[in-house]
Write a protein that binds this ligand. Structure first.
Ligand SMILES: NC(=O)c1ccc[n+]([C@@H]2O[C@H](COP(=O)([O-])OP(=O)(O)OC[C@H]3O[C@@H](n4cnc5c(N)ncnc54)[C@H](OP(=O)(O)O)[C@@H]3O)[C@@H](O)[C@H]2O)c1
Length: 167
C-alpha cells in the first residue's frame, strides 16, 4: 500500500485562503497534472468544491465527507464517508487536500511531494487561512529538491522514515 501526499505550501505552511489556493503558478500546475495523472486522488469535499466539482481528468477521483447524503453532481466521482475506505479502493492513493485530509493522512503517508512557494502572502483574517500540518526531519527525510528560481518554487520530495514502503 502506498499513500502519498501532494501539496503546494507557502510561508508558515499556508495552503489556502478563503477556500482557494492563493497562487497561480503554471509550472506548479503542470507538475501537479504530471504527478496526479492516472492516479487515485483523494480529497475533502471543500477541496472538491474549490475545483468547481470537476473531477481531475485521467484520475480516479475520491471525495470524503461524513455526510452520507452529500450530493455529488458527477457520477465519475466516488464518495466515501471514512478516509480509510480509500485504501480499500486502491493500493496507491494520492492525497490532494485540503488541510483536514493532509492532517489525517500525514502519519500514514509514505511519500510527500511538496511544492514550496517563497512568494509572501499576507492575510488579515487568520480564520480564512488553511495550513499544512507541521512535520519535522525526525519523521520525514528530504530525498530531493528542485529549486526553480524563475518561479520562486522548490519541488521537494520527502520520505516517511517511520514507515516501510508497504503498510
Ligand atoms: N495548497 C494546496 O496544495 C491545497 C490543496 C488542496 C486544498 N487546499 C486548500 O485547503 C482548503 C480546504 O481545506 P479544508 O481542511 O478546509 O477542507 P477539505 O479537507 O478539502 O474538506 C474538509 C471536509 O472533508 C471531510 N473530512 C475531513 N476529515 C474527515 C474524516 N476523518 N472523516 C470523514 N470526513 C472527513 C469533512 O466533511 P464533512 O464536514 O462533510 O464531514 C470535512 O468538512 C482550501 O483553502 C483549499 O484551497 C490547498
Amino acid at each position: 500500500m502506498t499513500i502519498s501526499i501532494i501539496a503546494t505550501v507557502g510561508e508558515n505552511n499556508l495552503i489556502g485562503v478563503n477556500h482557494e489556493i492563493p497562487w497561480l503558478i503554471h509550472e506548479d500546475l503542470k507538475h501537479f497534472r504530471l504527478m496526479t495523472m492516472g492516479k487515485t486522488v483523494v480529497m475533502g469535499w471543500k477541496t472538491w468544491e474549490a475545483f468547481n466539482e470537476l473531477p481531475l481528468y485521467g484520475c480516479n477521483n475520491i471525495v470524503v465527507s461524513r455526510r452520507k447524503k452529500y450530493i455529488k453532481r458527477n457520477k465519475n466521482v466516488k464518495l466515501i464517508n471514512d478516509p480509510m475506505e480509500a485504501t480499500k479502493l486502491s493500493n496507491d492513493i494520492l492525497i490532494i487536500g485540503g488541510e483536514s485530509l493532509y492532517r489525517y493522512f500525514l502519519p500514514l503517508a509514505n511519500m510527500m511531494y511538496i511544492t514550496k512557494v517563497y512568494t509572501k502572502i499576507t492575510t488579515e483574517n487568520e480564520d480564512v487561512v488553511t495550513r499544512f500540518p507541521n512535520f519535522t526531519d525526525i519523521d520525514w527525510k528530504l530525498i530531493s529538491g528542485d529549486y526553480r528560481s524563475e518561479f520562486c518554487i522548490n519541488f521537494m520530495t520527502y520520505e516517511n522514515i517511520n514507515l516501510t514502503k508497504s503498510l
